[in-house]
Design a protein around this ligand. Structure first.
Ligand SMILES: [Zn+2]
Ligand SMILES: [Zn+2]
Length: 305
């Protein structure tokens, strides 16, 4: 969708929230929290959620990288340091969801109060999509067979009802890009349909994740037509995140994400801010200038045909 703004410092500023960020308390990030805080103030982004990785697979890198106490202290201290500059820093988590570890995940989230919980399906050490296995996995398989294990886990993550939002819904595109291009996913909207319906039925938010714009797929996870379909199915809850792991990726592509959401007809984001209270949802309004510029033509009073 070429009419959506390209990522860059001009488009990726003066937006209300970046709800997906990794600091150096994630094993795959080297960014001190204050770097994001300073960038947020400089970009006119008044609210951020720190969502460092927590893995439950003992062989995965974020299994015992940082304790809950260390992560909570880091974020709460930063929130206190930056409050007088008008920045709100929320304490979140990105859980690597695995259906076989759902009981442990449920127990962790019940015991440890986060402001905001993202559930994501990652490519774990034994996954068929790892660099060493993916070519063997795709050989001789149909599209449906190739993507089935990933989407089945995403479906289970949604149905667990453990998460405020589901991160990067079709992240498997990144690992498959050399074998199955994003256009093959675009040609099969039916594979997304059960996921979108489950999100609507459970009241779980859909995250539009900008990291795919800087990765091989070259489009958001999920792409704009899937976001529009979610809205058409009655989806009401969405979140937006850059999923930065490097300082230079802070808010990267966020303008594109907000425009995607506005074009789909969303007027606010669903965001939870109160630790320990799963019903403490709030909505964060889309900026008027984004809504006005990008909202769908048929919602501007123009004929849609
Ligand atoms: Zn992730
Ligand atoms: Zn992430």
């Amino acid at each position: 969708m070429t009419w959506l703004p390209a990522p860059g410092p001009e488009a990726d500023r003066d937006l209300p929230l970046d709800a997906h960020l990794h600091t150096n308390l994630s094993p795959d990030s080297d960014v001190p929290i204050d770097v994001y805080c300073a960038a947020a103030v400089a970009r006119g982004i008044p609210e951020i959620a720190i969502t460092d990785h927590v893995d439950f697979d003992p062989h995965a890198p974020a299994h015992s990288f940082a304790t809950f106490a260390a992560r909570e202290r880091e974020v709460r201290d930063a929130a206190a340091r930056w409050a007088d500059r008008g920045l709100h820093v929320r304490f979140g988590i990105e859980v690597s969801y695995e259906s076989q570890r759902e009981a442990e995940i449920r127990e962790h989230l019940a015991r440890n109060p986060y402001d905001f919980a993202i559930g994501s399906v990652h490519v774990m050490p034994l996954s068929p999509y790892t660099g060493a296995r993916v070519a063997g996995w795709v050989a001789g398989r149909t599209f449906d067979e190739i993507v089935a294990p990933y989407f089945a886990e995403v479906q289970a993550a949604i149905r667990s009802e453990l998460f405020d939002t589901i991160g990067h819904l079709d992240y498997v595109k990144k690992y498959l890009a050399a074998h199955v291009p994003p256009s093959a996913f675009a040609a099969r909207p039916d594979v997304y349909e059960p996921l979108l319906r489950a999100l609507v039925e459970t009241g779980t938010a859909l995250e539009v994740n900008a990291s795919g714009l800087r990765q091989p797929p070259g489009e958001t996870y999920p792409p704009p037509p899937v976001v529009a379909r979610f809205r058409a199915l009655g989806g009401l809850r969405v979140t937006a995140g850059s999923d930065a792991h490097r300082a230079g990726s802070f808010a990267y592509g966020l303008g594109h994400v907000y425009a995607t959401l506005a074009a789909a007809g969303f007027e606010s984001l669903a965001f939870r801010r109160r630790a320990g209270d799963p019903r403490a949802g709030v909505s964060v309004d889309m900026p008027d200038r984004v809504r006005e510029r990008f909202r769908a033509p048929n919602e501007r009073g123009h004929p849609s045909l």
